[in-house]
Design a protein around this ligand. Structure first.
Ligand code: SF4
Length: 341
């Protein structure tokens, strides 16, 4: 009984903190959250609905709220670590860019070589951290099957624009082991320009009260507007559409080997990791190439590869619009059915 009383009080205190944090984190009415602008790629409708009908969004569940809280606690610990290591940090207030109706709060500025630059903290589980460590560039994050990872580069670009400071750093922390993994992010003018085009599109849609239509897609799975856009639809229907079942012993063995290598990589970090990495990378590439553009089940694995389009510019900025091209690429996830990957 004493223990239950303690947990009850902890929960009450956490809820009071949530309410306070929510008030601080809510952007001014009519503004897009800088941290959510990655949705311009995945579903601009989401950004429109966030501004037009926020009351229609399903509130985050208890476990998601707990994860947000843990993220906040980790932020405090990361600040402590950086301060103890002698870094000068600065917390800015809410930043607002009226022209594009963007509002955001960056985690901190950090002094590097006499310059204060934006730094963004991201804490994650050990399993996710080991996947993140494989990413070298912002393009690796953009290709991720995890929607929230795909959105981080957009967040960094936006913070550099909001603060007019560059470069920036994305600092990941394994919250179980305490390890850090940094990614430097340079301002990419062409990429930033595409993001701002997307934001302008959202702003125009909101102004005309005409959001893009709802389309059932992977992003809907974690979206708070799912019940509003697709009443009576089960989330399982999103992933069940168009699946091929492949019963091929060779592929079955390859997937089993893939999983064994992945499990080893997750627990086995030092000796021999490079050799394992190469073998894993080769197999990962082979599987992703073989099933490009398809959604298949092989044994206990679901492989899902979807096209995505990125505008690229290989020419001077002033004439880039004229030469804008859309490149189609594929984003592939390989996951254990019923397991996280
Ligand atoms: S439910 Fe799907 S279509 Fe609707 S806003 Fe969310 S991601 Fe977009």
């Amino acid at each position: 009984m004493i223990g239950q009383e303690i947990v009850k009080k902890l929960e009450e205190s956490a809820q009071a903190t949530d309410t306070k944090d929510q008030a601080v984190n809510t952007p001014p009415a009519g503004y897009n959250r800088a941290s959510e602008l990655g949705w311009v790629y995945d579903c601009p409708r989401y950004l429109c609905l966030r501004r037009m009908y926020p009351e229609k969004e399903t509130a985050p569940g208890t476990s998601l709220k707990r994860r947000f809280r843990e993220g906040k606690k980790q932020e405090r610990l990361i600040v402590e670590d950086l301060t103890a290591a002698g870094f000068k940090l600065e917390k800015l207030g809410r930043l607002v860019w009226d022209k594009y109706k963007i509002s955001g709060e960056i985690d901190r500025l950090i002094e590097i070589n006499g310059q204060m630059i934006p730094i963004e903290f991201k804490s994650c589980s050990s399993a996710m951290f080991h996947k993140v460590e494989r990413a070298q560039t912002k393009e690796d994050l953009i290709r991720s099957p995890h929607i929230w990872l795909r959105h981080y580069p957009v967040q960094c670009q936006t913070y550099m624009l909001l603060t007019r400071r560059e470069p920036s750093v994305l600092l990941f922390k394994d919250k179980e082991a305490g390890d850090y993994y940094p990614m430097d992010m340079d301002l990419d003018a062409a990429y930033a320009s595409v993001i701002l085009d997307g934001v302008q599109y959202v702003n125009d849609c909101v102004e005309k009260e005409n959001p893009p239509p709802a389309e059932l897609k992977e992003a809907c799975e974690g979206c708070g507007f799912f019940a509003y856009d697709f009443p009576g639809t089960e989330k399982a229907q999103i992933s069940q559409a168009g699946i091929e079942i492949i019963d091929d012993p060779d592929w079955l063995m390859k997937l089993q080997e893939y999983q064994a290598l992945l499990n080893s990589l997750t627990v086995y970090q030092e000796k021999g990791a490079e050799r394992l990495d190469k073998k894993f990378d080769k197999l990962d590439k082979e599987i992703k190439e073989a099933f490009q553009g398809r959604k298949v089940i092989i044994g206990e694995h679901l492989i899902e590869s979807k096209p995505y389009q990125t505008p690229t510019y290989d020419i001077p900025k002033e004439i880039k619009e004229k030469y804008k091209q859309i490149q189609e690429r594929f984003r592939t996830s390989i996951k254990l059915i019923g397991g996280e990957l």
